[in-house]
Design a binder for this molecule. Structure first.
Ligand code: NDP
Length: 417
């Protein structure tokens, strides 16, 4: 089976490592903006796999560039692990070339000052009640096109979204008649030793974390100020951590796909030093996305900041500790109220030893391969645009155990108030 992977950053590197371990993928083309990174990875992995590895340069912002590559390589499925800015161009190219589409993050506009995009965004903020720059409406709008083409688009198969949504489908299938409350807890207990760095793409990460929070309750969004809601929680394998409520993309799809759900919240842990740095950078304007003029050059502050910060792909050797990401579900089974907690613990150094990347890239790249494999093998099939919780979770849960992200079900969890 021919797979085209677009992007060659931290998440892509792990996903490609894992694709090389899966005999389903017989030919893998690694294509990205900087082809030297693709070549270095292909050279490293070639001796470890039977898959034929090739590389290519592609500009994923251009449908034309993508189509030219896809016409030449003729992939069965395309895994998009570039940036969310490229989701729509890659989906368009897949439609034109008859390939299935898989990604890990929903569409986000790169230029949030574009008046055409802004008008649609502001209308959506009013109608839906949350102000995040990313949402599923852009990609869900491709439903008819993918249906007509007889192709599958699988959205959001990273860890969160991705595994957290599969945990939800699994809990509903095996433990509950109805799920009423979902708390998604994302804890990174890792320490990279830098005063400030982000664990994945700094631009995407800082835009997400500095935005308003929100949660879903009784059929509508409740929006909060950034970091307004704080809780403490004791995470297995990590210990006691502060966590903060964020808006997160799987809330939107779970609210649509999980019947009877009353509330969905998402919490992420942050240390005080991270928050102090982020607030300071925000206060001085370094998180801005609007270009400014500096000594005759046009600079986008957040892009300049990205160039200054450590490359997330370089954090692997220095990050120690573990992540613990999972979901606490409360609902009804056989008329009785119950709660369970499904989570995975991932060790940064073990992830590094296997792939050269830390656990944040690992916990995203492994499920990216799993979702891609399920689509490519036809185990998950259907024409249209799907979120992962819409398919049978069992084969995905088995592959998490098989490919390095084993999970635990705690039937007596401590709840978050
Ligand atoms: P990186 O910045 O490390 O990698 C992005 C890659 O995409 C780079 O190789 C980059 O090329 C390439 N790229 C960017 N723009 C283009 C373009 N126009 N044309 C071709 N290639 C391009 O990001 P990460 O690996 O950290 O993240 C990858 C994706 O995973 C993101 O969408 C992120 O949001 C998502 N993610 C999802 C998570 C989840 O749990 N669902 C968690 C973490 C991340 P170059 O090397 O030249 O810069």
């Amino acid at each position: 089976m021919k797979l085209l992977v677009i992007g060659c950053g931290g998440v892509a590197t792990v996903a490609i490592h894992k694709c090389c371990q899966n005999p389903l993928f017989t030919e893998i083309c690694i294509a990205s903006r900087t082809v030297s990174k693709c070549e270095a990875l292909a050279e490293k992995l070639a001796p470890t796999t039977n898959a034929k590895l090739t590389t290519a340069t592609v500009n994923a912002d251009s449908v034309e560039s993508l189509v030219a590559l896809m016409k030449e390589f003729q992939p069965h499925t395309v895994l998009n692990v570039a940036l969310p800015y490229q989701d729509l161009t890659i989906m368009d190219a897949c439609l034109e070339c008859g390939a299935n589409y898989v990604d890990t993050a929903n569409y986000e506009a790169e230029d949030t000052d574009d008046p055409e995009w802004r008008a649609i965004y502001e209308k959506r903020c009013q109608e839906k009640g949350f102000t995040a720059y990313f949402d599923y409406s852009w990609q869900w709008a491709y439903q008819e096109k993918f249906k007509k083409a007889g192709l599958t688009a699988l959205l959001g198969t990273g860890f969160d979204p991705g595994v957290t949504s599969v945990f939800t489908a699994y809990a509903l299938k095996h433990y509950f008649d109805e799920i009423h409350y979902i708390d998604i807890l994302d804890c990174n207990g890792g320490d990279h030793g830098y005063p400030f760095a982000t664990n994945f793409n700094p631009e995407i990460n800082l835009r997400e974390v500095s935005a308003n929070g929100s949660y879903w309750e009784d059929g509508h969004w409740v929006e909060t100020k950034p970091m307004e809601i704080k809780r403490e929680y004791h995470f297995a394998g990590v210990g006691q951590k502060d966590m903060y409520l964020l808006h997160h993309e799987e809330i939107e799809s779970l609210a649509k796909n999980i019947p009877n759900v009353k509330r969905i919240r998402f919490f992420m842990t942050f240390g005080q030093s991270y928050l102090t740095h982020m607030n300071c950078l925000q206060n001085v304007g370094m998180l801005g996305t609007t270009p400014i003029e500096f000594e005759g050059h046009e600079i986008v502050p957040i892009k300049f900041l990205r160039a200054l910060l450590p490359d997330p792909a370089s954090l692997g050797p220095r990050t120690v500790g573990k992540t613990n990401i999972g979901c606490i579900f409360t609902g009804i089974k056989d008329g009785k109220k119950k709660s369970i907690y499904i989570y995975n613990i991932c060790d940064h150094q073990e992830a590094y030893k296997e792939t050269g990347l830390q656990a944040i890239s690992y916990t995203t790249g492994v499920p990216a391969m799993i979702g891609t494999a399920l689509v490519a093998s036809g185990t998950w099939s259907g024409a249209g645009v799907f979120n992962v919780e819409e398919f049978d979770p069992d084969p995905y849960m088995d592959m998490l155990n098989q490919y390095g992200l084993p999970w635990v079900v705690d039937e007596n969890p401590v709840l978050v108030d």
